[in-house]
Ligand binder design. Structure first.
Ligand SMILES: [Zn+2]
Ligand SMILES: [Zn+2]
Length: 434
């Protein structure tokens, strides 16, 4: 007799303390625990640079747990708070159905508190990071998503998020985009867009963007006898430090922003690793003119980049530096490259060491330092639009210009962690059913 009883166990990629110990285990399939929960059957789950903090034992974590915070899948069960007409709660509580395709930001968030309403969803007081001891991760065949109506994005219903694209284009894109491409929306693409968006909208960058000196750049009042900016002053100079997958996303996003806003620019993308530099060059070459506007773009190692910025700016430095690594030496380089009255936006996960500057050094340079985790749920709409627009970069797997290196089964999980940690491979995606 064949059983119609659904399976009660599944495969999951688990981390064991203290470090470098990844095992694929058979564990129970999660069940609805709370009326706001959804159970998602995972189609694909990605390995991310920030998984490596825990992998290496640097995450301050000592409990065995299922890894992974980037996943895409299908809803297979919903808690009792999902229904036809749920008043005064996120719309997904009324509309999400079993069978819908979903992608999740890398943290859960309620979508209903003051912090979430402000768009700062990464810091929802009730939020948890997937793939941590607080919340089992997505490198599994199934996982439980808490506060699912506030957390998930319903890819089966594009009317449920805002976009600059028409409903028709969204719908068409969703029928054409691969799951591996859509999975970039879980973390790395919103995070890259976040870094670039924070930099270009920062108050200190507004003289370049508006062509009016600070603080006239914030008002419509007529200029007095101020000396106005020259053409040269209006060239936005940006450095991007770190060209891993998030650095690539930040680069593509920054190029798209300056192209869209018509800002002349000089951008230097920096990484000491040659293979990463080659990847970014291939990405840049494949971007159409609509995504890179008017400007100079170079990809360099650290010392050459310092020289380039000096030559471009006569020693003044960059208006903005995107720090996409998350360690002291990357911050030190960013501080060296940024000009007085410049901004550093740092989106890497930082570990224990102190910030390598003093208050006096900040004071003496009037540098703004913008730190922290991307509110991936809030950043989803612009990230989605960029994903659709830049399928020339975000669509492929395993090409010279692709962000995603390969898609493998869980049988290659431990080796993938090892090789990714050593920088031998790029972004890896797991297919839990392979
Ligand atoms: Zn990630
Ligand atoms: Zn919240």
């Amino acid at each position: 007799m064949t059983s119609s009883v659904p399976p009660s166990t599944q495969s999951a990629v688990r981390w064991f303390p203290p470090s470098y110990d990844i095992r694929v285990e058979t564990v129970p399939i999660p069940q609805i625990q709370d009326p706001d929960d959804a159970i998602v059957k995972v189609k694909l789950a990605a390995l991310c640079g920030s998984d490596l903090h825990i992998y290496r034992g640097h995450g301050g974590v000592d409990a065995v747990h299922t890894c992974g915070h980037e996943f895409i899948g299908e809803v297979v069960a919903l808690g009792s708070n999902f229904g036809a007409k749920v008043e005064r709660r996120p719309f997904l509580y009324s509309s999400l159905k079993v069978g819908d395709k979903v992608v999740s930001p890398f943290t859960s968030n309620c979508g209903e508190c003051h912090v979430c309403r402000m768009g700062y969803t990464a810091r929802c007081p009730k939020g948890k990071l997937f793939g941590s001891p607080a919340l089992e991760g997505g490198q599994a065949q199934f996982l439980r998503v808490p506060m699912a109506g506030g957390t998930l994005f319903n890819l089966s219903d594009p009317s449920t998020w805002s976009s600059n694209l028409s409903q028709e284009i969204k719908q068409q894109a969703l029928s054409e985009l691969s799951d591996s491409s859509l999975l970039l929306l879980a973390d790395i693409l919103p995070t890259g867009v976040f870094a670039a968006t924070q930099a270009i909208n920062h108050p200190k960058v507004q003289p370049v963007v508006t062509g009016r000196p600070w603080p006239l750049c914030f008002s419509d009042s007529p200029a007095g006898n101020e000396v106005m900016l020259t053409q040269e002053d209006r060239i936005l100079t940006v450095a991007i430090v770190g060209l891993g997958p998030v650095g690539v996303c930040a680069t593509v996003s920054m190029l798209d922003l300056v192209a869209t806003k018509g800002i002349p620019y000089r951008i230097v993308a920096i990484d000491p690793v040659e293979s990463r530099r080659e990847k970014v060059k291939a990405v840049y070459d494949s971007i159409g003119d609509d995504g890179k506007g008017r400007g100079e773009f170079v990809v360099l190692g650290i010392d050459a980049a310092k020289e380039q910025v000096k030559a471009w700016t006569k020693g003044t430095g960059c208006n903005a530096v995107l720090e996409v690594v998350g360690n002291s030496s990357a911050l030190t380089l960013a501080f060296e490259l940024v000009r007085a009255f410049g901004v550093i936006t740092s989106v890497g996960v930082h570990g224990e060491p102190q910030i390598p500057f003093t208050g006096r050094e900040f004071y003496n340079k009037n540098v703004s330092l913008d730190f922290g985790r991307c509110p991936a749920r809030a950043m989803f709409p612009p990230a989605f639009d960029l994903l659709v627009k830049r399928q020339d970069v975000f669509g492929g797997v395993g090409q010279a210009n692709s962000l995603i290196d390969r898609i493998v089964g869980f049988n290659e999980a431990a080796e993938s962690y090892r090789a990714f940690d050593k920088g031998e491979i790029g972004k890896v995606i797991f297919d839990p059913w392979k």
